[in-house]
Design a protein around this ligand. Structure first.
Ligand code: SF4
Length: 481
């Protein structure tokens, strides 16, 4: 559907007693499925014995009753959902990664993107490390192991390793006796922890995963913080807190996170409703109905309708059963994939002036097809409200915003895009309004780099790893076909 996709979700549990932590992790990963649909995995720890299952595919396909049973019971578990770029989707890159090192076993789940991965990997290779994957998790694992040899504990090793890591990351590490979780000093990606009634602690990318396992949100992990969960309870290590300005990803509020999640104290749903309200205040139109492009435009469309007084209606029926694995056998079918996923409800749009709300425009091709469907269903006017500013720059922090050349707003003016998509008017949320909405959650410090090009860290140097070079070239070539 030409949507931006996010990169991965992580989960860890330290249960109050030995129990079915595999099932708990399974439900949490189900709730985090939107963060990655390419692969998933669970590792259960029963008294220091690790049992792992990971594979390509959705949580519901990879884990059956039998596979969950085979993971056994334990007190600790870690889970992961993976979203990769084309060259990176293979079983070697699926997580959690289990590593046996001189001080014991460790399972690691990672979300984000290290901007200095290639430098670290090259150095590690020259020191003798042998890699089995192309992912960041293995680089981090080796950095932790190096530190572990001179550190008194796994948490000190992680704190030490973080000195080497640059970029966006949330890491959950499971040792034989602890769950240790870290958020990068900029706090690009969300991470929070919660507690169940029976005293089990869980840590997850989003609070919706806490809800799924019956845990109450305790708080977000602070940027740069490392939290340790073990038999003593939860404790915090703040060595890296305050070492960088907080720049959490605003796109979590636009699209990445689930609307029922609360990120850094701010309801994602409420933020999106505000985005719609701001659009309605700034860009009022005479129209009969407000609809959303489901599901990403739903909350902002509600906001637009509330502010404008124009009724909100269900304009499209989304076929829930068409997933990423749906096969489009030929080119014509591929072009028709939007129609197979979304069907306009003609009684809602026929003969109507329609306000259509979506979260963003990436390449513009999907938006054009969606508008065509509305016209065919009888809409007399289509006014397109986008609840984020135009994408102008790539993301280096774990959201798959593509190369500038693939971003329609980087290549064309707003008027050109309006004509290409075929709408009567096209309005984007202003960046300044987005900044106002962002601070309404009570926190300041967001990354807007894909909208304004102001990156809060150095950006990656051209790759120096020959394997990555090959993959990058292949991917870029494919994307230009
Ligand atoms: S560049 Fe955009 S998508 Fe990436 S972290 Fe910043 S706001 Fe989020």
């Amino acid at each position: 559907m030409n949507k931006i996709h996010e990169e991965c979700g992580v989960f860890g549990v330290y249960a109050s007693e030995t129990c079915n932590v595999a099932s708990m992790t399974y439900y949490a990963l189900y709730a985090l499925q939107h963060r990655g649909q390419d692969a998933c995995g669970i590792v259960v720890n029963d008294g220091g014995v690790f049992t792992a299952k990971k594979d390509l595919g959705l949580v519901g396909d990879v884990f059956t009753k039998e596979t969950l049973k085979s993971l056994g019971h334990g007190k600790l578990a870690v889970g992961h959902v993976f979203a990769g770029t084309k060259g990176s989707v293979n079983i070697a890159n699926a997580q959690p990664l289990v590593v046996n090192h001189v001080k014991g076993s460790m399972a690691i789940a990672f979300n984000g993107n290290l901007i200095n991965k290639n430098e670290l990997r090259n150095k590690l290779e020259l020191e003798g490390s042998i890699f089995h994957s192309t992912g960041d998790a293995e680089v981090i694992a080796y950095e932790i192991i190096k530190e572990r040899l001179k550190s008194p504990s796994i948490e000190h090793a992680l704190v030490g390793a973080m000195k080497q890591l640059k970029g966006a990351y949330c890491i959950v590490v499971m040792s034989p006796t602890k769950i240790v979780a870290a958020r990068d000093p900029n706090g690009f990606r969300p991470l929070c922890y919660g507690k169940t009634e029976d005293g089990s602690y869980v840590v997850a990318s989003e609070s919706c995963a806490l809800d799924a396992v019956g845990a109450k949100l305790v708080r977000d992990v602070k940027p740069g913080e490392v939290i340790v969960i073990d038999a003593m309870g939860v404790r915090s290590m703040a060595d890296h807190c305050g070492t960088a300005p907080m720049t959490s990803c605003i796109f979590e509020f636009v699209y990445n996170a689930r609307p029922d999640s609360v990120v850094d104290g701010y309801s994602v749903h409420e933020a999106r409703v505000e985005m719609g309200k701001y659009l309605a205040k700034k860009y009022p139109v005479d129209a009969d109905v407000v609809i959303s492009v489901p599901d990403s435009g739903n909350d902002a469309a509600i906001g637009y309708a509330r502010e404008s007084g124009i009724p909100y209606e269900l304009g499209f029926l989304k076929n829930k059963y068409v997933g990423r694995t749906f096969i489009f056998p030929d080119q014509k079918d591929r072009e028709d994939q939007v129609r197979k996923k979304l069907n306009p409800i003609s009684s809602v749009v026929n003969g109507k002036r329609v306000v259509m709300v979506d979260d963003s425009i990436v390449r513009g091709t999907t938006s054009g097809r969606v508008v065509k469907l509305l016209r065919e269903a009888g809409a007399t006017e289509v006014h397109f409200m986008v609840s984020s500013p135009p994408f102008l720059f790539p993301c280096y922090y774990g959201t798959d915003v593509p190369d500038k050349s693939m971003l329609i707003a980087n290549q064309h003016t707003k008027e050109e895009i309006r004509q290409m998509i075929g709408v009567d008017s096209l309005c984007y949320l202003d960046l300044e309004d987005m900044k106002k909405i962002a601070t309404m959650g009570g926190k300041n410090g967001f990354c807007y780099a894909c909208f304004n090009g102001e990156y809060s860290t150095e950006i990656p140097s051209p790759t120096t790893n020959k394997y990555e070079v090959k993959i990058n070239i292949e991917e870029k070539t494919k994307r230009h076909l």
